[in-house]
Structures are given as structure tokens and as C-alpha cells.
Design a protein around this ligand. Structure first.
Ligand SMILES: [Zn+2]
Length: 352
């Protein structure tokens, strides 16, 4: 595969990060981390490629479980979402672990038009939505072994905004050089009823983000880097190997209005081309993905059927809604072995 095509670049990224994930030292480090920080953390976030929580919190692949949709809009009543959340919670509880769903919204402190397209850049509406999603988790699971929190993601500095249960909001870009003890106190103040083990598991996320913000400030990056530059549209699940910021717009298969969501994502990708933020000659990819844990038998077969369906469905949507994007697209239909994060390529098409 030519490394200079979009598909070639994506396969290289997968090789790099799956290789790191699967390396014996990182497998051991991850197990050690899980043993000392047992809480399962799920992040419900927008499809926007700039929102990469593992990168923003210096957390290894496989610790934060992502759910992605337009605007970070989710409803636990959606049949396609409901079963994944139920499975996630059951898995955690059966292993004696707590669960922390994080309902997020995003915005830019420098320009509202670098905010969330899914809310037409209305940050107040995005905050309200994520608050309601958090409350939906509270209603369904209560506040105990499953303990939901609300967070904002500010993309200029890649900073998290913690929304406390006490009504306080803390922008982590305004916190510097705090001791572990100070941060523990901060978390306990924001979430007084949260089980202490979960407070302790939130701590490395918070301190990781503070360290990351420091790096972003030191980098002094041009503002263009904080704008959309995604060159990949990813539909499905299992993209956490894509451990790179501002690379892919990612849409999970949860929203009953998936047609509309894919159309918006495809529109954003076309806009990246038309506005000159990316060069289509460098490769623009539609990738679909479905996950499996059991490499033999029907589990994997079903994942293959799912990713093929998602690819055909996405092409149908793009043909109908954003036809100008089609000639730019390379197509990659994949499944992911969640034990290794290695991609299996079912079909790879580069029409150029
Ligand atoms: Zn968004």
C-alpha cells in the first residue's frame, strides 16, 4: 500500500498505535493502570476530530472508552445506544468496577465559530444538552457505582472544564502547578458524593489534562491548527487506535437519524476541502469499522456484515446529500480486533 494515499497513511497510523497497544510493556502498563484505577470511564462526545480525550489527558489507548455522535448528542432511549451502554455497565459491574460516563460538550474560547457545528455554534445549547444527558444517566443508574459527570472541552487550549455537582465550574487551563493533594481536594469539593475510588481515578485524567495544556501553551501553535483539518470520515466503532488529534470525524452507529448525522459529517469534510484547510491530493478517506473480541465464529462474522452495511449506507447518504465529496473519497471497509486494535481490511478502494 502506497504510504502517500489517505488509506496508506491510515494503515500506517494503525500499525503504529496497534503496535504500541499490543507491545508487552504497554499491555503490562495498562493492566497495572487498570488494577490501580479500576473505574471504567466512558466519554460521550461530538464527532469532531479535535476532541481527542486520550491525547488531551495523556492517557494510553484503551483506558477511556469513546462514544461519538454529532454534537455529543445522545439519548439512552436510542435502541442502538442502549444496548452498548447496558453491555458496558454490566461488564464493569461483573468485574467489580465502577462506571463513570462523562457527558461532554465543546467550544472554542477564541471564536464561537470554532465551536460545535452540531449545535450551530450555540455553546449554551450544547452545555444544556450535556447537562440533560448527565441527568438521564442519573435517572437510569442513580448515583453510586455508576456516577455520571459533565465536562466541557475547550479546543483552543485543549482544556477540560469540570462541572461540579455543587454547581461550580473549573477550567483546568486556569489551574497550574497544583500538588496532587490540592487536586484531590478540588475533585472532592466538586463531586462530594462520588465514591472515593472514583475520585481517585478521575485524578490522573485531571492532572494529565493540566500537563497537556502546559504543552499546548509551550507549543504556541497557530490558530489554524485549532480549526477543522480532518481528512477522514469514520463511521462505526473501534477507532481508539486512531490516537491523533484533528484527523477524523467519527460517527458511532447509535443515532436513529444516522442518515442526517453522516450527511453533516460528510458536509464538514467537504468544507475542509473547499476552504483549503486540507488538500484532497493528500488523501481523503471514508472508513467504516465494526469491533469484535472473539476472533473466531459469529462475533467476527457479524462485525464484517455490520461494517459492509455501514459502508454501503454511508455511500448512499453521501451520494444523495453531499455528492461533491464522492470523487475525493478513498474507501476503506474494516473490522477491528479489540484484543490488539489491529485493523482487518475487508475492502480498500482508491478510485483515483
Ligand atoms: Zn461538535
Amino acid at each position: 500500500m502506497d504510504k502517500h494515499t489517505g488509506i496508506g497513511k491510515l494503515l500506517e497510523i494503525n500499525k503504529l498505535h496497534a503496535g504500541r497497544y499490543d507491545a508487552p510493556e504497554s499491555t503490562l502498563a495498562r493492566r497495572l493502570y487498570r488494577a490501580s484505577h479500576p473505574t471504567e470511564i466512558g466519554v460521550f462526545k461530538c464527532m469532531d476530530g479535535r476532541l481527542h480525550l486520550p491525547v488531551m489527558t495523556n492517557t494510553a489507548v484503551g483506558i477511556l472508552q469513546p462514544w461519538r455522535n454529532l454534537g455529543g448528542k445522545f439519548n439512552l432511549g436510542w435502541p442502538g445506544l442502549l444496548y452498548t451502554v447496558r453491555e458496558w455497565v454490566s461488564y464493569a459491574i461483573s468485574r467489580g468496577r465502577n462506571c463513570m460516563p462523562i457527558a461532554t460538550y465543546h467550544f472554542s474560547r477564541g471564536d464561537e465559530h470554532r465551536g460545535c457545528k452540531g449545535f450551530n455554534y450555540d455553546t449554551k445549547a450544547a452545555i444544556k444538552f450535556s447537562q440533560e444527558l448527565k441527568e438521564q444517566f442519573d435517572r437510569v443508574f442513580g448515583k453510586g457505582p455508576v456516577y455520571a459527570v459533565q465536562m466541557g472541552i475547550e479546543t483552543d487550549l485543549e482544556a477540560l472544564i469540570l462541572h461540579g455537582d455543587n454547581g461550580d465550574m473549573v477550567d483546568l487551563s486556569e489551574i497550574s502547578e497544583q500538588s496532587t493533594d490540592d487536586l484531590q481536594k478540588l475533585i472532592a469539593k466538586l463531586y462530594p458524593d462520588m465514591p472515593p475510588v472514583m475520585q481517585a481515578d478521575l485524578l490522573p485524567i485531571v492532572s494529565g489534562n493540566i500537563a497537556h495544556i502546559k504543552d499546548i501553551r509551550a507549543e504556541n501553535r497557530p490558530i489554524a491548527k485549532a480549526e477543522h483539518q480532518e481528512w477522514v470520515l469514520g463511521i462505526g466503532r473501534g477507532f481508539d487506535w486512531l490516537h491523533e488529534i484533528n484527523t477524523a470525524l467519527l460517527i458511532g452507529p447509535y443515532d436513529p437519524r444516522l442518515w442526517k448525522t453522516i450527511a453533516v459529517g460528510a458536509g464538514l469534510l467537504l468544507d475542509n476541502i473547499n476552504s483549503g484547510r486540507i488538500n484532497p491530493q493528500d488523501g481523503v478517506v471514508l472508513i467504516t469499522s465494526a469491533i469484535y473480541r472473539d476472533p473466531i465464529g459469529s462475533n467476527r462474522n457479524l462485525a464484517e456484515e455490520k461494517t459492509k452495511f455501514l459502508h454501503d449506507f454511508a455511500v448512499e447518504v453521501i451520494t444523495a446529500e453531499v455528492p461533491d465529496l464522492l470523487p475525493h473519497l478513498e474507501h476503506l471497509t474494516t473490522t477491528v480486533d479489540m484484543n490488539t486494535r489491529v485493523l482487518d481490511v475487508l475492502e480498500s478502494i482508491n478510485p483515483k
